[in-house]
Write a protein that binds this ligand. Sequence first.
Ligand SMILES: [Ca+2]
Ligand SMILES: [Ca+2]
Length: 457
Amino acid sequence: MIGYEIFIRSFADSNEDGIGDFKGIANSVEYFKRIGVDLIWLTPHFKSPSYHGYDIIDYFDTNSSFGTVQDFKNMIDTLHENGIKLVIDLPLNHVSDRHPWFKAAMRGEKPYEDYFLWAQPYFNLKEKRHWDEELIWHERNGKTYYGVFGGSSPDLNYDNPEVVQKSLEIIEFWLNLGVDGFRFDAAKHVYDYDIKEGRFRYDHDKNVNYWNLVMEKAGEIKKAKGEDVFAVTEVWDNPEVVDRYANAIGCSFNFYFTEAIRESMQHGGVYKIVDCFQRTLGRKSYKPSNFTGNHDMNRLASIITKEDERKVFFALLMTSPGVPFIYYGDELGMRGVYDSTFTEDVIEPFPWYASLSGEGQAFWKAVRFNRAFTGASVEEQLSRDDSLLKEVVNWSTFRKANEWLTDAWVENITHNTFTTAYTVTDGSNGMRVYVNISGHGEMIEGINLKPYEVKLL
Ligand SMILES: [Ca+2]
Ligand SMILES: [Ca+2]
């Protein structure tokens, strides 16, 4: 399986309003097949006031800019007819401050008041997030509520069983509509405030219990249809914490993989890669999801600027165990620098054409990093024999011929300064991978490697 993250607004536009939509995605099936993608992760498609969609107004309706629920259903049918699965991004930790539940809660209406967390006299209301300086308590109209992702995204109160029940109804609704599973947003934030002590604290035990409950419910619904559920977590933490969530959910994004390879290539040594592979790709009871990047980080091509080096990144990705994910456009070399106050630079329109003009091309915002005729379009990449896209297609073909990699693990890792060698195996199949991340010839275990060469034996 090869996954592909799509930011809907930026991918493919079917009705010439410049905004990517469901029908545009359905119309792109040939491209997915060409690059070997058979699992799509859509960023939130729900009714929402923001361009990114992570603050939801209605969990049971779509963003009308992308299409209706029926359009969404038609898109799933088209993807399924072509052997492509679809998982949706589900932010359950918080809602939009414009969600009817929150509006009713602010009016003091039951039962919605108990859907949210309100300040108690002994809470430290000046507490800031540990990863930046943003406040987690927000005052409005004389009431103070909890919102770890800001005042416009109040957290739901999962100590209220009714909220837990609601979240299960949301899961049931979308599974019945035909989605194959979920990418669970902010999975460790569901229970992240200690009411007794009045301070921010991840409660991993409670979170993992909750996700077990969710997966049990999702599994039951899918089983009744004779299908499996695929879910992946977003837990940006050290590998030992990730393991706990991944065991409950079955698959987890391996943030350390992305960071380690990027860093190793920037610094010109494989040490981080070796540490990462040892800690995250050994034998596990779940599938790791290694990935090129996502909407919350700098784009791969803005960090690894040489195309030859990005080819090495893709080689490492496609020879690694689990379910690899490509962030839309990374296969073309799209660029973008992440800024937490202006995230639009890493979600620019997918460049189908060199001129950025033609059928299906989205253009909902002005582009800064991926302008016309800069080489990172499908059209330009397909017209060049040694392009990154062509290399990605070759690796996808390799991956399809070696589906056993999904349930494999890495062992016997050795390394020099610029090279590493490792075995990928599932117990019955196996291969040894030799990697040279440098621009000069190297040798490891008696194997000669050309600059940026990856050899499989
Ligand atoms: Ca559109
Ligand atoms: Ca929370």
